[in-house]
Design a protein around this ligand. Sequence first.
Ligand code: AMP
Length: 445
Amino acid sequence: MTEKRQFRAIKGTRDILPPDSALWNWFERTAREVFETYGFGDIRLPIFEETDLFARSIGSDTDVVGKEMYTFLDPPRDLDPLPRPPEPTRPLSDLIPREVISLRPEATASVVRAYIEHGMHTLPGNVKLYYVGPMFRRERPQKGRYRQFYQVGAEVLGQSDAPAIDAEVLEMLLVLFRRVGLTNIKLYVNSIGCKECRPKYVELLRSGLQRVKDKLGADSQRRIETNPLRVLDSKLPEEQAIIETLPRISDHLCGDCLAHFAKLKDELKLRGIEYEENWRLVRGLDYYTRTTFEVTAAGLGSQNAVCGGGRYDGLVELLGGQPTKGIGFAIGTDRAMLSIQEGSAPKLPGLGVFVAWMGAKAYPAAVAIARKLRECGVAVELPPEEMKFKKSLGLADKLGARYALIIGEDEVASGTYTLKRLSDGDQRKLSENDLLEYLESERRS
Ligand code: AMP
């Protein structure tokens, strides 16, 4: 006989249970509503893509692609029962790209792939898309950091890189955050230049870093060669003073990038959006150009970035499309929820009516009224088996119902219902019509 064993969710993944899941749904629903008022449409994307899509767009030297992707071969080689990741020593390019697949670590690359694949550049105006769903990164799990986490993101693709687009995207984001009650919101913005000025700055930064190499930790030392911008992301306390002495991108932007950034700041002011400039905000992914931004919120400890994003004007072309401008962001839903739950989460309507029926004659009436109430949108619990009256009311209370609808033989005989409000015991006898009207008026109040 096989030994009994209990299963647990895999490290870094978790279940989101009711009632929390209702709050998550409310958050995602609110995001959809807000984004749709800005003209964005939902795009549903695959959960896995060719690894090469992520390697080319996010960058092979980034932590996300280099260390954190869940990658497998499809079909698995040698009929292995479990697919194995490609050997780390073999470059991915040695393998047939279409057979090396990764769970998506983010969705911008997929959106751009879909934009090109479906010829969306022929659509009128800017193409505005949003997505909602899980992402996968093999990170060290901690509060606010998971291996399966959720993002709500939006992207604008088209021919214009007007800073007004960047500002409107940020406005939309902040409208959402305000609507869901996130507190202590801080928006940080930066410009990391374009393909003209950024490489020159990166070289300058690299030589600046070479001069202080001995004082840096192993990770930063390695990044001097692979990705010097990432050194600016360092959170190591002993590196902070050194980083402050390094050349800043804002002093090395080309004229066009400087003008773009200045206009963005004007556009933010026009919209009454408060922001702080942060020259070290380079973001971890290679595809960003010019505008980068991050939003932090209350209650998140060290993982306090609730949203990150920026411009990626070269990405469509890099992935084989026409020259196209792009900007987008991704909100970390797990973190947004943590922040909302630490603050004052809204009280969502739960169970409305618990039908406390007793006696075989009451049962058909209970079934009928439960169905009618549900048709009117009321959440109803109908016990499948007869329960003693006291037990019924006890359970109604434990389930958090607002009302108990009492149906006994008396009620059936008189064709009425007794509705008891559980918060204060208020009790009234009502006909079916009056009951429906009463619940409707209570719902509106
Ligand atoms: P990124 O795609 O890295 O720009 O991240 C965008 C946002 O997603 C971050 O600001 C976080 O809120 C969230 N996020 C990124 N990685 C994780 C993770 N491992 N767990 C939870 N949230 C994450």
